[in-house]
Design a protein around this ligand. Structure first.
Ligand code: SF4
Ligand code: SF4
Length: 136
């Protein structure tokens, strides 16, 4: 098992600072991999990252919601160019640095979204995406 970062992630970065096995990495390039990602082969399922996320984007793999029912106002982040994700998000991360994302969408209260496709996206970042080399 592993924990999974879903597309509710807005690159705050706080999760990566607490992971005891340093298995959370910022996606690069950002326009294609806008989230942070958890290396499923390294994650020890300690759960320390979950309360650190201001956007409640992290779930144990078997608890990733389908559907996720939106509170309203939270954002989903996708690769730039994804249809329906044309909003720009400007914020600051855990370290006070600027975050600029161009493929986001604000959810309406009660809107339902299946977040389970993020499980495969997360794993693929390490198996055949750019995380393969950074994960060592
Ligand atoms: S703390 Fe949440 S928003 Fe920030 S990088 Fe981690 S998962 Fe993404
Ligand atoms: S559950 Fe623990 S080991 Fe896994 S990513 Fe989160 S902090 Fe790291």
């Amino acid at each position: 098992m592993t924990h999974v970062i879903t597309s509710l992630c807005l690159r705050d970065g706080g999760c990566a600072t607490v992971c005891p096995v340093e298995c959370i990495v910022p996606g690069k390039p950002e326009d294609q991999y806008p989230l942070y990602y958890i290396d499923p082969d390294t994650c020890i399922d300690c759960g320390a990252c979950v309360p650190e996320c201001p956007w409640e984007a992290i779930f144990p793999e078997d608890e990733v919601p389908a559907p996720y029912v939106a509170k309203g106002g939270e954002k989903l982040s996708m690769p730039v160019g994804t249809p329906g994700f044309a909003e720009v998000y400007d914020g600051t991360n855990h370290d006070g640095e600027d975050v600029h994302l161009e493929g986001t969408k604000t959810l309406e209260a009660g809107e339902e979204v299946d977040l389970t496709p993020d499980i495969e996206v997360n794993a693929k970042y390490f198996s055949d995406g750019p995380g393969y080399s950074t994960a060592g």
